[in-house]
Design a protein around this ligand. Structure first.
Ligand code: 5GP
Length: 173
């Protein structure tokens, strides 16, 4: 693994507590109907797996693969779909689960794609948001934390595929 300096921005305990709060709000907001969570690969997989276990109501989940970063720290601005949703979404309440919203380009692209499946409703749950960086209007119904414009890793988030397994979210210098 490459050597970088890491500083904890959000601890494992802070993340755990926030995921529980978000799950409780989702339980309250969707008392019935089929709720489908769509995790955006690969960064959201740990957030999604903690979230589905904290939510008390029945859920289904699938993944969509999107890549805009390659091996660097800056978005390329174009979104490649690396895996499509396979689960039928027509008539379902859909929650798109993102690790982090930066420019909002990925989210905008994915929401347009999901709408083609004719779901009953679509909302976004994002663990992290960098509001200073938005280039598109984004509506995040369930947000974990707003963070400054810094590059972060851990809890699913990588730098060139490293650091995804860290339990905390850390600033990478
Ligand atoms: P956007 O399209 O909003 O600019 O970028 C969203 C995607 O960029 C996220 O799903 C994530 O993969 C990546 N990303 C944005 N900021 C960061 C960051 O600070 N750390 C990491 N590891 N990925 C980021």
């Amino acid at each position: 693994m490459s050597e970088h300096s890491l500083r904890v921005l959000l601890s494992e305990n802070q993340i755990r507590a926030r995921v529980r709060e978000i799950a409780a709000r989702i339980d309250a907001d969707y008392p019935d109907g089929v709720l489908c969570l769509i995790g955006v690969l690969k960064g959201s997989c740990i957030f999604l797996s903690d979230l589905v276990r904290a939510i008390r109501r029945p859920v289904r989940f699938d993944f969509i693969g999107a890549s805009s970063y390659g091996a660097g720290k800056a978005s390329s601005g174009s979104v490649q779909i690396t895996k499509n949703v396979e689960m039928p979404l027509e008539g379902c309440d859909v929650l798109l689960v993102e690790d982090i919203v930066d420019t909002g380009i990925t989210l905008t692209h994915l929401l347009r794609r999901i709408e083609r499946h004719r779901p009953k409703s679509v909302r976004v749950a994002a663990l992290l948001d960098k509001p200073e960086r938005h280039q598109r209007p984004v509506d995040i119904a369930y947000l974990g934390f707003s963070i400054p414009d810094r590059f972060v890793v851990g809890y699913g988030l990588d730098y060139a595929e490293d650091y995804r397994g860290l339990r905390d979210i850390c600033l990478l210098d």
